[in-house]
Design a protein around this ligand. Sequence first.
Ligand code: GRF
Length: 195
Amino acid sequence: MKRVAILISGGGSNMVRLVEDMQAQGYASPVLVASNDAAAAGLEKAARMGVPTAAIDHRPFGKDRAAFEAELLKPILAAQPDVLCLAGFMRVLTPGFVAQFAGRMLNIHPSLLPKYPGLHTHQRALDAGDAEAGCTVHEVTPVLDDGPILGQARVPVEAGDTADTLAARVLVMEHRLYPAVLRRYVAGDRAPVLL
Ligand code: GRF
């Protein structure tokens, strides 16, 4: 069975949905949830779901991303994942790290890529007057938020929306999209999932 490791930085709501889906459908095994923040609320949620966890605080490494990643790699490689899912992971990974998981690392980004790579995606969509917004699951490549698109979900922007109300509407779709993509991805199906 395919082994899936998940990287988080915060609440891990996407991670929870991925773990629930794998445990319910049996198409893969969640073998590790790791975070760059020992206080990430998602770590406790993962532990309660019976998934091994690890936390490597990035702060002691300062600007030395490679040194942080060398530590982060230890529990990841020990878990021997076939697929690595970034789910609310807020550290930019170096090309060296990404190269080790080329073709087997996914990320969910809260915009309709290629629009709005980077941060503050919902506010940018509102500022642009977009009629719709959404989220994208893509393969991770060395260029930030830029790899092959594996799935997208769209939501309407509604009058009076704030970044928070729009984020909440998109998050509901993230929780549907990411498991749908992972299920197909571990089966070798790369056809984009469009919700
Ligand atoms: C979500 O908006 C996700 O798109 C982004 O991080 C946010 C929090 O995700 N990557 P989670 O609740 O920690 O999964």
